[in-house]
Design a protein around this ligand. Structure first.
Ligand code: NAD
Length: 487
């Protein structure tokens, strides 16, 4: 049970974490608390020299500890100890996270942090269970597919779920026997540093996790272009993913996993449990104030039930309690920055000026924090930026359809294919449409991940390349070598 706290009582680990030490660094980027707009810290920016120091430290740690070559169960046990410490330190982690991010403290302890610890345990178990294979050959040969770690993995994460996103990268990379240089978002870097400090406390070799702080242009580029980074794992926007591909192509070829943006549809048929559908849809678009890659931000409803669904969503939209993220009772999050809130506001205002009906919300909320009211827009033109762009806020657009074909045509986004939701009580229709929907994840009569970490997540189209979570994420952190021995 998490408790409210005073944000001014928290001190932040401002610096880069390389080896087992926090290196002093000059704050460069101003950091404001999303909940009240107060300037509270500054984020340093690591240049190419510091990134190189982190990479060399990681390489040396791999060599000295033989992390990739020790008995795999030892890796499992070490990572399990780390996960246990994360659970034990959940309150402290939550406080660091809640001040700088949009995650309410109450959601962090039982949600993000507990799930991250669980996912690290999940990946730790692959270390001694997933491996090389003997393959059929003729009697004159012995054929093997040998699986090996990459070496040093470079990871870059976004601000919207900082601890979870760090866990998605760190868990599989370390379990698979790699070291990692990770750059969290410049808006929410401190909880990732704390995770690295806890790893040392748990007995993981120093230098296995190195955290460099900074922006994308300087620090991010130095990571993705570093010749000794063997693989890049990125989560963030499609535009940054594209810039990373360019930089990798420019500086040398290496594998990459890219988890990018989305503009996911939620399709409701008249035969669905409408009360449940409305509840799930509202809960999803208001959770973290819509700042989720898989936010189901495009509601597509069968025409006959549109007024009913709209009324249900409208009635529920404002019920989550808004408040500072350090208040244990807060359910509704602020937007990460004033700039991001202004972007949301301008897209919504433009849609309304172009003729969309604002059924609820459509405004900034009062107070010093960057809150934006849950918003439902109807009659939005298919070419409107409210439909085409990833708004990354609590904004739901509603469009209607008359047939499955029309629903599929509206659902099909030209750029994104991260996730899709489908509400229907017709089993055949559900199966038919899961086959037709072009998305990396499809949820039927629910929306959002469960705690089944075995289900991978990743995008179709420009929503990404490769997967996080699941066996796929572990395997993506190993390379394979084919060996054929003549007998
Ligand atoms: P962003 O792309 O602006 O930044 C993400 C990270 O990349 C940050 O650490 C940033 O400093 C860094 N970065 C930016 N440009 C870079 C470059 N050229 N080279 C290297 N690093 C660079 O995204 P954001 O605003 O932090 O996060 C929101 C975005 O992340 C949304 O588009 C959301 O959909 C996406 N996201 C995707 C998933 C997923 O699993 N697909 C999960 C969470 C968030």
């Amino acid at each position: 049970m998490s408790t409210s706290f005073d944000p001014d009582s928290i001190s932040f680990p401002v610096g880069h974490f390389i080896g087992d030490r926090l290196l002093d660094a000059q704050p460069v980027i101003d950091m404001h608390r999303p909940s009240d707009g107060r300037l509270y810290a500054g984020c340093p920016v690591a240049g190419a020299d510091l990134v190189d120091q982190a990479v060399q430290t990681a390489k040396k740690a791999l060599k000295d500890s033989n992390w990739g070559g020790i008995r795999p169960r030892e890796r499992t046990i070490a990572l399990q100890r780390w996960a246990d410490l994360i659970d034990a330190e959940a309150e402290a982690l939550a406080r660091l996270e809640a001040v700088s991010s949009t995650r309410p403290v109450g959601h962090l302890v039982a949600g993000d942090i507990a799930i991250t610890a669980e996912q690290i345990r999940f990946f730790a178990e692959f270390a001694d269970k997933e491996g090389s294979a003997l393959v059929p050959t003729d009697d004159a040969n012995l054929g093997m597919i040998v699986s090996e770690p990459y070496g040093v993995v470079g990871a870059i994460t976004p601000w919207n779920f900082p601890i979870s996103m760090a866990g998605w990268k760190l868990g599989p990379a370390l379990a698979a026997g790699n070291a990692i240089v990770i750059k969290p978002s410049e808006m929410t870097p401190f909880s990732t540093i704390y995770l690295a400090q806890l790893a040392i406390k748990a007995g993981l070799p120093a230098g296995l996790i190195n955290v460099v702080l900074g922006d994308g242009a300087t620090t991010g580029n130095a990571i993705t272009g570093h010749p000794d980074i063997a693989k890049v794992s990125f989560t963030g926007s499609t535009i940054a993913g594209s810039a990373i591909m360019t930089n990798i192509a420019r500086t040398g070829v290496k594998p990459m996993t890219l988890e990018l943006g989305g503009k996911s549809p939620q399709i409701v048929f008249a035969d669905a449990d409408l009360e449940k559908a409305a509840r799930v849809i509202t809960q999803n678009i208001t959770s973290n104030a819509g700042q989720a890659c898989v936010a189901g931000s495009r509601l597509l409803v069968e025409e006959s039930i549109a007024p009913q669904i709209a009324a249900l969503i409208k009635a529920q939209a404002l019920t989550a309690r808004a408040g500072p993220t350090w208040d244990a009772a807060t359910q509704y999050s602020p937007i990460i920055s004033d700039r991001q809130r202004a972007k949301i506001s301008s897209i919504v205002d433009a849609a309304i000026s172009a003729g969309a009906a604002c059924l609820t919300g459509g405004r900034m909320m009062g107070g010093d924090g960057y809150f934006y009211a849950p918003t439902l827009l109807a009659n939005v033109d298919q070419s409107s930026p409210a439909i085409t762009e990833e708004i990354f806020g609590p904004v739901l657009t509603m469009q209607t359809f008359r047939s499955e074909d029309e629903a599929i045509a509206l659902a099909d986004h030209p750029t994104y294919g991260l996730a899709a939701g489908l509400f229907t009580s017709d089993l055949s229709r559900a199966i038919r449409l899961t086959r037709r929907l072009q998305a990396g994840t499809i949820w039927v009569n629910r929306y959002g991940r469960s705690r089944d970490h075995i289900l991978p997540t990743g995008g179709y189209k420009q929503s990404g390349i490769g997967k996080d979570l699941g066996r796929e994420a572990y395997l993506a952190n190993r390379k394979t070598k084919s060996v054929l021995i003549g007998l």
